[in-house]
Design a binder for this molecule. Sequence first.
Ligand code: UD2
Length: 317
Amino acid sequence: MNYLVTGGAGFIGSNLVNRLVTEGNHVTIIDDLSMGKKCNIRETDKVKFFEGSVMDKNLLSSIIKAETFDYIFHLAAVASVADSIERPLETHKVNYDSVLYLLNLCKKYQPGLKRFIFSSSSAVYGDIDLPFKSESTPVKPLSQYAVDKYAGERTVLNFYNLYGVPTSAVRFFNVYGPNQNPSSPYSGVVSILTDKFQKLRDGEKTYFTLFGDGKQTRDFIFVDDVLNALNSIAISSKSLGEVYNVGTGTVTSLNQIIKILSGIYSIELPIVQKSVRKGDIRQSVASKEKLTSLGFDATYTVNEGLNKLVRSFHERK
Ligand code: UD2
């Protein structure tokens, strides 16, 4: 099969690309390397790499016109809410305009496309105080990031309903795993924590800044499970024109994550406690019913996923 993965050098994108090529597929990647790295992608002649932004309309149109794709995963994005608050216009261009532009190209030039999958976020739910967030829960997008993700979803689903472009959207919860870049203060907390634990183990002095009491909960999902979820959605006909939470339905507190990692590394990471981040959500967990109705269920517990993640660092060395 022939795939297009935007953001294919990034965290989720590179894990997806590596799995696809291992399965014998061909993948075209568009990535501007703003967060992703070329070294995240396995070296193979099955990958065509275009270094560029999804804001570059000429690049998108030349690729869509030249190739015939079976599946398109649109994962490129300004991935941080905080970044979107600092750069609302650019976020909008990357996170929304590119979606509309790509879909319009697919409508014209990709008649054989099997599925276009758009990556949205649990951010669309905002701070709604509910134990489980289900796809039918009213949304409350509180940042430009969340507004654009929600608008992107609606556009993607409308393109199926109005023009028959085969689309689905996914709302990622807290994804963790190999190739997650820990370099920004707004990087995923698991990538920040494992980076600190690695440094400490290598003899560097470091500490973790804990915002709040650590009792905040999240739905942490290991990236391999995310890839399985994406596959279940991509091959199902029931998921056409639909949006899905991608989470495990299990709550884990930040304190639990720190405790598990301390156990894996057999070290105590010094912690400096600070006040809760502005806009931080206390509890976030996905209702997983809609996704499990496609036959998917997460296979990794947080304990297993974190163990596998730490092992992956050693395998690379
Ligand atoms: C996630 C998404 C974000 C958006 C949001 C929607 C990631 C990386 N971020 O943000 O893009 O979709 O969900 O709700 O998936 N923390 C610390 N110290 C640190 C870093 C984080 O204490 O150095 C805390 C942070 O304050 C939060 C928790 O860890 O309470 C998780 O933080 P996160 O940035 O990994 O993810 P989240 O859920 O805030």
